[in-house]
Every structure is written in C-alpha cells, then in structure tokens.
Design a protein around this ligand. Structure first.
Ligand SMILES: Cc1ncc(COP(=O)(O)O)c(C=O)c1O
Length: 397
C-alpha cells in the first residue's frame, strides 16, 4: 500500500495539526478532557437534551424492556411498536401523514435521495411496467451537507449545483433542464454557514417548475419555528411537494434520522431503500428517549427561548467587538478566518483558555474559507459567552 504511505506522509507534512480531543464526559456544555474542564461551543446539543434526566429515565426503562440493541432489519423481524410510535410523532411535528426512521441522518440522505430515482427500476424486477421512462435531475445548493451531495451522486441522476442561496441561479438551472422529474435539495439551516434557506422564494420557484423539494432540516428541527418544528414552521410554509428530512442527533440529543412525507413515498422507501431495509435501526432505548425529547420540546419552550437569548447575546457581543461573522441568523455562528493553519492556531489558543470550538476546513467548506464554528446552546451562561469573547480578543491582539 505505497499509495497510502505516500498520502500519510503528505498529510503529516501539512501545516494543520490533528485535533486529538477525547473527553471523558459529554459537553453539558462543560466537559472534562485530560483532567481539565472545558466549555464546549461545538456541540449540536442545542437544547441541552443529551443529558436530560427525563430522557435518561425513559431510556433506562426501555433498556430493561428491550435490551441494548436491535439485531435485525425492520424489514425482516426487527420492527417494534416503539419505532412506529416515534415515526407517528415525527410525522405529526412536520404536519405529514407518514415518516420513516433511519439509523443516522447521514444514512437517511445517502439512502433516500438515490431511492427517489431508482425505486422504479428496482420495481421492474418484480414486474412493474412504468408508463414512461422518467428522466430525473437534482438541483442542489453548492453548500449542501456532504451526505446530500453523496446521496445525489449515488442516484446516478444528473445534478446541477446552484450558487449558495441564489434563487435566480436555481430558477435558471430548472428552466434549462429537460428532466421531467425535478428535485430541489437544500439544507434548511446550512451546517457550516449558519444561514437559512429562503424557503418562500424557493417554494415559488418549485411551484413554477413543478419540482419536489427535499429539505434537510438537521439544524432547524427543534430549533426554528414557534414550536421548534423547523424551517418550514419558521416561514409558515406547508406543501405536499416538500419531503422533510431531519436528524435526531442534534436538538433532540440522541441519534437517528428520518423523513416525513406523503404516505405513498414512505411506502416506496420502505420497499426500495436499502439504507432502511438492509441495515439495523437505532436501538430501542434511543427511540424511547426520543419520544421523551419530543414531549420536552413541546412542554418546555423556555429551552428554545434560552438558546435564542444566548444566540442574540453572543452575536451582539461579537459584532460589538468587531469580529467578522459569516452569518447571524441561527445558533450556528461561524467566525471567518480563511487560512487553515491560522484557524487551527486560534482554536488551540481558545483551548488553552478552556474553550472548545471546531475549526472547520476543507472539505467541509471550500479551501481558504476556514472558520471557527461557534454553536450556541440553551445551557451556556453569559459568563461562559463572555469568556469566549475575551479569549478571542487576546488571541487576535
Ligand atoms: C445538514 C446535515 N445533514 C445531515 C447530517 C448527518 O446527521 P447525523 O449526524 O445525524 O448522521 C448532518 C450532521 O452533521 C448535517 O449537518
């Protein structure tokens, strides 16, 4: 494997140090690493649910009832009532009639997007005769999450990347496409940028071109909208052309992914999506914890309130101190740095000051667009936020 030795040598020679952080506790939002306490500004545990007492109690009961794992695909003998109960709740929050669970959000995108294109071909093997040879095409924001881009690639359908949030570019690309089935794929909240898709404009364009809209709302679900239902609720939009995708690993504090959509599409995914049928799903205690998480998000809006209070305080103080923020719309607030080595050095200096923040670099963002991605959390105190700004001031001085 001389190619890998060669590659490893090149990686070592780069001006970028590997981040070897391996804490012994979860960020809550403080955590212990090598005997030191650090404050995390990098976790997607937006509402502080990952260590929720209510969720742990519910998960403990499910561990006793079901055991630690589910060693079978749901398509075979691995289905459980608790998964169906969770799917029903997930469908409800997205105002849809059906939902389907996956082991992770990444797997959801990797599995669902190709199946939207390939399910018809698979069904041919069982005797299905479509009345047309449909031509599909994807239209994808250039900064969509990698799992969307990989899912689209796996579909084999032509894909047209439009400029980030540029609705005119999207419109033109749809206009010039001869495809009969057009699918627009977008993050709801962009994970590395923190900005929100301009959904009202995008929906108008989708209507005009009769396109389906696939929204990955990993970072909007639980966070945006009056009840935390996500980006569509934030804009007050509901449409049968939307396929909602979400992750359970962020605001809900657990693991898993889902789509919520029309029942016939869920049935097609159940039949044709190997990421659903040829793998095991999340363990039942996670499903139990998630049912509790959905109740908490409904019953305790003050968590979301605290998250947004913290977000506004951080943004106000950062802007006041003259820092160049990439966006200020959501709890993901990235600080532009540019150079990768410099980004790692600032992250290391913050670490020295007891603060952990992720340095985001290529391929998560374009080369030269490195950033420190601050993620706000309902549990941060103003004192912890002040510490970041003071430490950044010292680092930049
Ligand atoms: C926009 C987006 N989609 C999908 C995923 C994958 O989700 P998961 O971590 O639940 O697999 C992420 C994870 O960071 C994400 O940010």
């Amino acid at each position: 494997m001389r190619d890998l030795e060669d590659l490893a040598a090149w990686m070592q020679s780069r001006d970028v140090e590997r981040d070897d952080l391996a804490p012994s506790t979860l960020p809550d939002p403080t955590f212990i690493c090598d005997g030191r306490e650090l404050v995390s500004f990098s976790s997607n545990n937006y509402l502080g649910l990952a260590n929720s007492a209510r969720m742990k109690t519910r998960a403990h009961a499910a561990l006793d009832q079901y055991g630690v794992g589910n060693c079978e695909s749901r398509l075979l003998g691995g289905n459980l009532q608790i998964y169906e109960a969770l799917e029903a709740r997930l469908a409800e929050i997205k105002h849809k009639d059906a939902a389907l669970l996956f082991a992770t959000g990444y797997l959801t995108n990797l599995g669902v997007l190709p199946t939207l294109v390939k399910a018809g071909n698979l069904a041919r093997a069982f005797g299905y005769k479509p009345w047309a040879n449909w031509k599909h095409a994807f239209f994808t924001d250039e900064f969509n999450h990698l799992s969307i881009r990989e899912g689209i690639r796996a579909s084999g359908a032509p894909a047209f990347a439009y400029k980030h949030l540029d609705m005119d570019d999207l419109d033109q690309k749809l206009e010039s496409s001869p495809a009969q089935i057009k699918i627009i794929a977008t993050d709801g909240v962009f994970s590395q940028h923190g900005d929100i898709v301009p959904l009202p404009d995008l929906m108008q364009i989708a209507e005009r071109h009769d396109a389906t809209v696939y929204i990955d709302d990993a970072h909007g679900t639980g966070v945006l909208g009056p009840t935390g239902a996500g980006t569509t609720e934030h804009f007050g939009i509901d449409s049968p052309r939307i396929i909602h995708m979400g992750t359970l690993s962020k605001a809900y504090g657990c693991i898993g992914g889902f789509v919520a959509t029309e029942p016939h599409i869920v049935e097609i995914l159940r039949f044709g999506c190997s990421a659903f049928g040829f793998t095991s799903t999340l363990p039942p205690d996670q499903a139990a914890a998630l049912l509790e998480a959905l109740d908490i998000v409904r019953d305790e809006p003050e968590r979301r309130q605290r998250l947004w209070d913290n977000q506004r305080y951080f943004v106000r103080r950062m802007c006041g101190a003259g820092f160049s923020l990439i966006s200020t719309e959501t709890p993901i607030v990235p600080l532009h740095v540019g150079n990768e080595g410099q980004c790692m050095r600032i992250a290391a200096a913050l670490r020295e000051a007891g603060i952990h923040v992720d340095a985001i670099m290529f391929p998560a963002v374009s080369a030269g667009q490195s950033r420190l991605r601050f993620i706000m959390n309902a549990q941060h105190t103003t004192g912890q936020i002040d510490r970041v700004i003071d430490a950044l001031g010292r680092t930049a001085a």
